[in-house]
Design a protein around this ligand. Sequence first.
Ligand code: AHR
Length: 509
Amino acid sequence: MKLIVDANSNLGIINRNIYGHFSEHLGRCIYDGLYVKKGVKVPNTEGVRNDVIQYLKQIRIPNLRWPGGCFADCYHWRDGIGPVKDRPCIVNDTWGGVTEDNSFGTHEFLRFCELIGAEPYINANISSGTVQEMSQWCEYLNAGVDSPMTRLRKENGRDKPWNVKYWGFGNEPWGDGHMRAEFYADQIRRYDTYVRNYGDNKLTRIAAGASSDDLNWTETVMDRAGQFIDAYTIHHYTFAGDWTVKGPATGFTQEQYIATLERANMMESILRGHSVVMDKYDKDKRIAIFVDEWGTWHDVEKGTNPGFLYQQNTMRDAVVASLTFDTFHRHNDRVRMANIAQLVNVLQSMFLTRGSKLILTPTFYVFDLYKDHQDAVRKASFSETLPLEGAKTVQAFSHTASMKDGKLHVSVTNLDNTKPVPVELEIWGMDPKKVSGVVLGEGKADICNTFEKPQTVKPHELAVAVKNGKLVFELPPCSVATLEISEAAAPKAKAAPKAKAAPKAKAKA
Ligand code: AHR
């Protein structure tokens, strides 16, 4: 496989926010996942699991969406502030019919974001909530001037405003509230009026967009409410079957493996389709696409609550993630945020927890392998085509490249789970003097980490040889790798004429 990267090209910045996450009051995402209730013995900082903090910092989580999802559209934020003992219980009818005691609310979420260094993204309730509720939530979070909501916030222990920038107008309104696109567009116009900027904090106003390829929704919202929004969301989930029978997370067949990749690869045509419609109304691309729910959705693990969406995570999920990131990179002109669903114990998560134990999923490692693409300049990369047996739309080899601080990062994926792919990488405009590589994948698609064997899938050093100025390496079946390439540091100019020449840096073979 010949791969060329043009280090001199400049295809725009890859927004770090496409590496964002999503945490909903769903199953064991919040409680047991990232937050520990009083009395539970798991090492934590103000209730947030220390292991979660550590690993989210490691992957440089840029932003976090909360409190849903569908839960957002039945969430009333005032239930989740003030002394925990006084907060009302509700029943989480959307997810599993369990009691929600509201002990993780606004202050806890924003503290969590501070601890992990992520920008909060609040998704407000516009289906069962009111304009006043959203307007006051925004005032509570962002107002610096003396006001009823500022006073309430101060009574609850927070003096300074948080200046939250990202605000979503509801979730999937075509489902939550069964709205028609015309009605929803009018709702945006109403809500927009009363959700205000405070001080210098200019809000990013986010309209809930289409499910997968529903271009009609996009057309209507852009036409009627485009001028009131800064971002438009798309949700797209990946499974082997259909919405009713999705297919197992592990123990899948070869047909299910290919079907999963085909569905993940639909992201390309979905983004193209919505971009074409958006270009009609917004040719300067002022309005961003936020893919604020994406990822794999498999059948739940046996014996778990069907409403909790708890699933295992294999190398198949890992290559879905890398393929999706490569797609987002190609659309970096519009796609400026994305949020994988979801953070812990739900759908395609980063972590699975059991009591004080936590395991890292293959998907977590893909976020780690791709973190250097955050805010980097996208570089052009070209390869030969490599058909994937049994697939109609998806190729066996995917790649992306970017440069930041003089370092070129090239990520490559072998989607074929039956054979390795030898790669010969040529870089235009750069002398690859210093090279290192990390690879994730042991040659099989259906492998995962478990509480019994938590280290089955983890990254290893990739052997890279330099031959005639090209980088040569082999990707195992179903694997993802990132190479870091830089030119040797220029020898320092010394004042004294006697100074010896700096030794040449050796490329790592
Ligand atoms: O992520 C799980 C659910 O999927 C979300 O709550 C909803 O927005 C979507 O349908």
